[in-house]
Design a protein around this ligand. Structure first.
Ligand SMILES: NC(=O)c1ccc[n+]([C@@H]2O[C@H](COP(=O)([O-])OP(=O)(O)OC[C@H]3O[C@@H](n4cnc5c(N)ncnc54)[C@H](OP(=O)(O)O)[C@@H]3O)[C@@H](O)[C@H]2O)c1
Length: 276
């Protein structure tokens, strides 16, 4: 009898792990990578999210491993990577996309609320990166992409927990890019602008007034789509980005630039049509 628990030879196709890959932006990233020939592992807490997402990803042509995982719990994260080793025998790309968020003034964020967001975003990104390192080191083109937000370097009024956590992930991105360059691992970040997903419609874009105010703050005058974010991840993990590491790519319609230091153009030429 062969030992069914021992891993076989590594899978022929490259493998990408997307945390939070069953929903929203993570799922769109999975679809883009599936079309580029990756097999996938997706990890999050809810079996329903994973099952629904996996169906979409399989339709895009990938083999998909669903790994129920809470990224805040190091033992679960270790088990997740062990499952990937057993099933695929390799890991080439890690996308740290899982996040939690909610709108609240800083003084109303409870210690538990703070720990929940920082735990998923910052601890989760570190635990997953650390656990994935041995498998990534065996890849010929290993890469990590961390999904952050522009308030990592700006300000995030209403989301102090998430802004602080994403700032930590940005520092981690740059630090690991330097430390793990010796293993050939590139580490970059993508900062999406506002994107409507089931998750953020519930957590952030809580009313039409909020949606309109956010949209008006984007120079391109609209929300982005999950697919537009996914394209940037696809680029960063691919061969055309082989000399890019430690960078953050804002995919946000110009949102973080806003009106610049001041809207001098509008003040000087008030009759000119507005952009957007
Ligand atoms: N949408 C935007 O406007 C926007 C803007 C800037 C940045 N981003 C970033 O983009 C990424 C994706 O966001 P999204 O809009 O696609 O939201 P989303 O659909 O709510 O995605 C969040 C994902 O994280 C997973 N997750 C939450 N807690 C987890 C935990 N403890 N362990 C493992 N997985 C967990 C969720 O799955 P389970 O519930 O199954 O655990 C879900 O799949 C996030 O990093 C977010 O911060 C989004």
């Amino acid at each position: 009898m062969p030992d069914v628990s021992s891993p076989g030879p590594p899978a022929a196709k490259p493998v990408a792990l997307v945390t939070g890959g069953g929903t929203g932006i993570g799922r769109a990233i999975g679809v883009a990578l599936a079309r580029d020939g990756y097999d996938l592992a997706i990890a999050s807490r809810s079996a329903a999210h994973l099952g629904d997402g996996a169906a979409v990803l399989r339709a895009a042509g990938a083999r998909v491993l669903e790994v129920p995982t809470d990224v805040r719990v190091p033992e679960q994260v270790d088990r997740m990577v062990e499952t990937i080793r057993r099933e695929y025998g390799r890991l080439d790309v890690l996308v740290n996309n899982a996040a939690g968020n909610f709108l609240a003034p800083a003084e109303k964020i409870s210690p538990n609320g703070w720990r929940a967001v920082v735990g998923i975003v910052l601890d989760g990104t570190f635990f997953c990166s650390r656990a994935a390192l041995p498998l990534l080191r065996e890849s010929r083109a290993p890469s990590i992409v961390n999904i952050i937000a522009s308030y990592a370097w700006m300000a995030g009024p209403g989301t102090a927990h998430s802004a602080a956590a994403k700032a930590g992930v940005l520092a981690l991105t740059r630090t690991l890019a330097v430390e793990w360059a010796r293993y050939g691992i590139r580490v970059n970040a993508v900062a999406p602008g506002p994107v409507r997903t089931d998750g953020t419609d519930h957590q952030l874009w809580v009313s039409e007034a909020v949606v309109a105010a956010v949209r008006d703050g984007v120079p391109l005058g609209r929300f982005g789509t999950p697919e537009e974010i996914a394209e940037s991840v696809r680029f960063l993990v691919g061969p055309r980005a082989s000399y890019i590491t430690g960078q953050v790519l804002a995919v946000d319609g110009g949102q973080w630039l806003g009106k610049g230091v001041m809207d001098l153009l509008a003040a000087a030429f008030p009759s000119e049509p507005k952009g957007g």
